[in-house]
Design a protein around this ligand. Structure first.
Ligand code: MG
Length: 253
């Protein structure tokens, strides 16, 4: 779980590729583009950097086909795992893009929710507070704290804004595997979770719903939607617990 300096450097490089994909997504997301086109652009950036799109070909946990995309494209009430297709983005939509890359055996994983053109104040606020929940949760990722400190901080902030946190999907450790121990729920459980130490690498990822936290998986066995059809947002970075405080690895260096 704890990475060496050399391994952390590899994760920074993988993380930067993921950050470049998001930089591009922010540029090109607009009314009229399809999620398949976004996927094509993302895959090209990852492969040109000599990396592998880590989402592509992931086996389905619910018995469906392997994941076909390099991104998850989750529009409006879709929480996570939306499959890129010919859906055209419309003014006022919000879209969560989650993507990952493997470079030299190490993973980067990050998600952002983007507005499509001009969005409602309700949607803008949701995106803002989801990112803020991530920031506050990440601030708890310091040596000596426990996973529960992250969970509690995220949950309290999100619920103080009148939103709910998704329970069925959680953040995770990350390294040579996309999903490693420990799990990082965005809500408090009976588990305190492991104690954090410097060199641990984590994907912290609040998924925040305007209405109920309850979700369901659609017939494609991937797409996760809010049960009440209300909006959902997602913000994730791969981070490292470091002596000077948490470091975001999925960023431009
Ligand atoms: Mg993740």
């Amino acid at each position: 779980m704890v990475k060496s300096q050399r391994e952390l450097d590899k994760m920074r490089k993988a993380g930067e590729i993921v950050a470049r994909v998001h930089q591009k997504m922010a540029e090109i997301i607009a009314p009229g583009i399809t999620t398949l086109e976004l996927d094509r652009v993302a895959e090209e950036i990852i492969r040109k950097a000599g990396a592998i799109p880590s989402f592509k070909g992931v086996p389905c946990a619910y018995g469906g086909k392997d994941f076909p995309g390099s991104i998850c494209a989750s529009i409006n009430h879709v929480v996570i795992h939306g499959i890129p297709d010919n859906t055209v983005l419309k003014e006022g939509d919000i879209i969560s893009i989650d993507t990952g890359a493997i470079l030299d055996g190490f993973h980067g994983d990050a998600a952002r929710t983007y507005p499509v053109g001009k969005v409602s104040e309700e949607a803008r606020n949701l995106i803002y507070h989801t990112e803020e929940a991530f920031n506050l949760g990440m601030a708890q990722a310091v040596e000596g704290n426990r996973i529960r400190d992250i969970s509690l901080t995220v949950q309290q902030y999100v619920e103080s804004k009148g939103y709910s946190v998704v329970r069925d999907f959680v953040g995770h450790g990350i390294g040579t595997e996309m999903h490693e121990e420990p799990q990082i729920p965005n809500y408090v459980t009976r588990e305190k979770g492991v104690r954090l130490s410097n060199g641990m690498t984590l994907a912290i990822e609040p998924m925040v719903n305007i209405g109920t936290w309850r979700v369901k998986v659609l017939e494609d066995r991937w797409t996760v939607v809010t049960l009440d059809g209300k909006l959902s947002a997602h913000h994730e970075n791969t981070i490292a617990v470091m002596p000077n405080g948490p470091e975001i690895l999925t960023r431009l260096y």
